[in-house]
Structure formats: structure tokens, C-alpha cells
Design a protein around this ligand. Sequence first.
Ligand code: AMP
Ligand code: MG
Length: 423
Amino acid sequence: MLTDTIRTASSCADDSEPGVLGVHQARERILAALPPLQGEERVALRAGLGRVLAREVISPLDVPGHDNSAMDGYALDGSQLPESGFLDLEVIATLPAGGRFDGVCSAGQCVRIMTGAPIPEGTDTVVMQEHVLRLEDGRVRIGTGERRGQNVRRAGEDIAAGRAVLQAGKQLTPADLGILASIGIAEVSVRRRVRVAFFSTGDELRGIGEPLQEGEVYDSNRYSLYGMLHRLDAEILDMGVVRDEPAALREAFDSAASLADVVITSGGVSVGEADYTKAILEEMGEMNFWKIAMKPGRPLAFGRLGNALFFGLPGNPVAVMVTFYQFVLPALQQLLTGQPWKPFVLRATLKSPLRKRPGRYEFMRGILAQQEDGSLVVESVGQQGSGILTSMSRGNCFILLDEEQGDLAAGREVPVQPFAALV
Ligand code: AMP
Ligand code: MG
């Protein structure tokens, strides 16, 4: 019987091995090594959407600027509100939003007021028009059930003058553009975009449009990387395919490091493969070559090339995306915002059983769906190989299965990381 297997070295088929780094350990080491990104620019408010604020914004104004009505109705002194019966009031003015009322409203009087109009002197309460009866003599009648101070928006209740309304490191959202506009700010100081250079390595890689010879493949990693970086609003320098030749690689590493804050390569970091890639990287910078206990995406190089951060991702198309999302994206976000990165993880119930061998952290591609009652369910996309890029397209989340996790039965709860939350 042929039971003797040959194992000369550890491989990605092994489930555990001493000296291998855990996913969390690797991410912590990367995040601990990040320098802050220097440099800022001033941009017009709209161009600030999605950019990261370089400095906190102090509001020069109260918002709202004055006490104003939250309703269309009648403004009055609330001390007169009846506890029983009615109160009839004379209407002395009508005040539209943006209007002014220079008089004073006295007892027995009220002002017809529109939403947003300033609260007239002598009043502190608005009764909505639907609760008011107009009398034939022009007066209005108010019944019980109204509360003193109701329907009044206070000056500064949203934003107080002199206070920091947005913090440095905030990535500007549509709401933030509205907030900045509401305090009259036309330009903002934002951190400069992070510059990312990347290239693929491998003699078997061809560009789209070139004919494929036997054994050759089209370079897809540069396109998925482009997509992920574009979503992040990075400045992208696509340096093409570099052949597995020392001189070409040295030159590519050199120019990438001189042009970018972050250099990403794919391929060429697996054990035994083109060993001179590692030798060159080691000679050019401070470099770590890690084997990470994860699936897919086991080998990872991380370090510095000149002034740039360097990520050497594995070549397999799914491994590239998984290692980008798990290591590069957190690093880029932390570089950009200066804020600690936190994963966004939900819990969902498994629709069908999962097979998982203990030993490595697995980022299984799953399909997450919401049921009618609002609960979340998830199932595997099926084929999970690190070359099955369609799994990333059909899936919409990673099912996170930690190192010790074994097989899982249907009905179990599992942590999931939606792709949508990864940008
Ligand atoms: P490597 O990490 O260089 O050993 O590559 C592992 C596998 O990924 C091989 O099958 C490569 O052909 C494939 N691969 C590497 N780089 C790319 C790329 N840029 N596009 C598509 N497949 C790639
Ligand atoms: Mg290769």
C-alpha cells in the first residue's frame, strides 16, 4: 500500500505549522508600523466629499441661528395655555420663514408663524395650525393638550458657535457637506490623497489584447486592485507587469518607491518561487516575509521600500483581494484618517452546513441575505479555491471562520463581513 507521503517543506496545504503568524497578529504588526501621512490641500466644499479632514472645523455660527418654529402654526406666550376650556387669541401678524417681526406679542395675542420663522418676542410656544380653530372674527381658538415651549427649535441646538463640529480625520459624507454649508464654509483643508503604485510579477502574465500562448494567463490582479483602490479614492499608479527578472524587478521597486506612499505587488512571494524577488526586497528595504495562518492568501511580504510602505501580496486572484481587504485596506484607512481601524462584522445564521478544517483562519466567500423578519442568513458561494475569482463576484461577504473553527452545522450563527462595508 502506498501510504508514505513525501513532505520536504511546509506548504499551503498544511493546516498548522509553528512560526506561522495569525491573521490578527499580522494585522496588528502592520497597523503598529504606520507613519502618519503628511500633507494637506484646500479644496472647494463639494470636492471635499469622501476626502479626509486635515483639521477640525470650529463653527463660526449657531445652527439654527435663532429660536425658530418647527411647525406652521401660531406663536404665543405659553403661560396662557388653558388647563381646561379654550383660549381665544388675536392674530397680530403673519411671519413667513425668513420674515421679521419687530413688535412684541402680548397676552391675548398670537402671531401666525411658518416653519423656520424666528420666534417673536413675547412668545415661547407654537401651536400647530391643525390644532387651532379659526373664528369668524379673525381670532383663533386653542384648546387643551398643548405644552409650553413645544414646537420651538432652539438657537444652537444642532451646532453651537465656537464648538468643533467635525474632527480631524473625519471622512466627509454628504451630511458633512450639508453641515459645512450650514455654517457658511466654502473651502476645507483635507489630507492629500494616498499615492499607491502597483504592479504584477510573473513571466506567465499577459496584458489584455495580447495573444495568449499555452500556459499564459491574462493579468487580472491589476484590474481588481484598481477597482479596490479606486473605491478608496487613492491616487493610482498602475505600473503594469514586471517580468521575473532581477534587473527589471529592481528597477520597478525603485521607481515605485520613489513615486508612491504605498507600493503593492502581486505574485512572487510564495515559498520557492523566484527567490530573487525576496533577495531584492531584502536588499532594498526592511522586509518581513510572513506565512499567515489563513485561507486563501498565505504568503505576505510587508515592510518598507525607501520611504514607501510595501505590501507583497500573493498572486492568486482571490488571495490578492482577500489580503488587500484584510491587511492593505485597514492600513490605508488608518494612514488616511489617523484613526484606529475597526472591522465591521455582523452575525448571520448559516443556511447550510460548512466544512472547515481547524488550523487556519478562513475567509469564505458567502452570500448574505436578509429575511422578511429582518434576520440575516448566509451561505457559502460554493467553490472556494484561491483561483476561483467568480467566488468574489457571486459573494457579497466574507464568512469569518477563525483558526480553531471546525465544521459547522446549518442553523449556527457565524460572523460575516459584508463587502459593502469594505468599500
Ligand atoms: P504566485 O503567487 O506568483 O506563485 O502566483 C500564484 C498563481 O496566481 C499562479 O497561478 C499565477 O499564474 C497566478 N497569478 C499571479 N499573478 C497573477 C495576475 N496578476 N493575474 C492573474 N493571475 C495571477
Ligand atoms: Mg509568480
